[in-house]
Design a protein around this ligand. Sequence first.
Ligand code: PLP
Length: 381
Amino acid sequence: MRPTYLEVDLDQLKTNLENIRAHVAPAKVLVVLKANAYGHGVDGVAPFIAPFADYIGVALVEEAIHIRSLGIATPILVMGGTLPEQLPDFFTYDLTLAASSPDLLTAAEQLAVSTRKRLKVHLKIDTGMERIGVREYEAEPFIEKSLACSHLDIEGIFTHFANSEVASSPENTSGDEHPRNDMVSAALQLERFEEVLSIYEKRSEPHPRIRHTANSGAILSLPESHYDMVRPGVLFYGVYPGRNIAKTIDVAPALTWKSKVSYSKVTLPGRGVSYGSLWQADGAVRIATVPCGYADGYFRRMTNQARVIINGKEYPQVGRICMDQFMVNVGGDDVKVGDEVTLLGAGITAENLADWTGTNEYEVMTNISARVPRVFVSGVQ
Ligand SMILES: *Cc1c(COP(=O)(O)O)cnc(C)c1O
């Protein structure tokens, strides 16, 4: 196997799920497995975690079909935008549709009539994300239409928060002279969702049996958002969705990204290291080369900022990160070909990589490319 690989601790993922479940009970848990299980590798994560999940959430129909191909029968909600021509796949693979417009709902009902199959549907309400969904102020005719769709099982109704990972305090603490008055709080979105639910009450109709709103941020900080089900993504993977959010649930990361030194030599001053010769040593230092680069998702933006661990000690990455390799300054230490390198884990966090890259933890994890083999470990194998 390639010396550069990702180790995924499945037991840790299960512990994270159990801790989330204990916090939100009796609400159900939809485990978000989109984007290759946030980079962890859906082929290993999905079969392991499915028996413990009430629902699986993905962004794309294609992701859902792939999970079905792994032999998983757990209900799967396709949360993202769906095109009408993708609707037949929902019937073929028994997927749950996020109905984000009246037109999509009508198309689904028509297909259910013609195929004589029932389809599970969750109504998608947009309470402030302005991405997909029917806005709360236009929800009444949408709900009315859904009540008339007798061939669909309108199982759920949901919305998605735009800012659940930031402190919900409305006052401007940023020191910015132009405060973001327009930043919609999760609390306000929840009020709008409640307004929509009251449409059912007004009509003496039962609301769909699974109401859900909470992503990781809201699971942690907004108990009144848990309803009948929660949708943890990043938190399930053991990473908190914001730096200042209260860590009301104990979770830990499951990823360790490892490699091995592929080359070790002493570099002299005056010899620039890597493309652009952006770094050179002040004196003779040992430079270790690691067979991993930006094509693996080790972002080029981290050049001269990243740090790695070799033989238990932290060292700075130096010189441009290449497509397939990067260099590390190990100073005067005796580092040899084959020594283990840790790029993520053992004290180096997804937050660190995000800071070095100028992005968030989500982007770091989901960009670890398919070229990096995933090794799934579990004590209960
Ligand atoms: C991705 C996603 C989630 C999970 O978000 P996290 O912040 O990772 O918890 C939940 N709901 C929807 C609709 C999503 O698209």
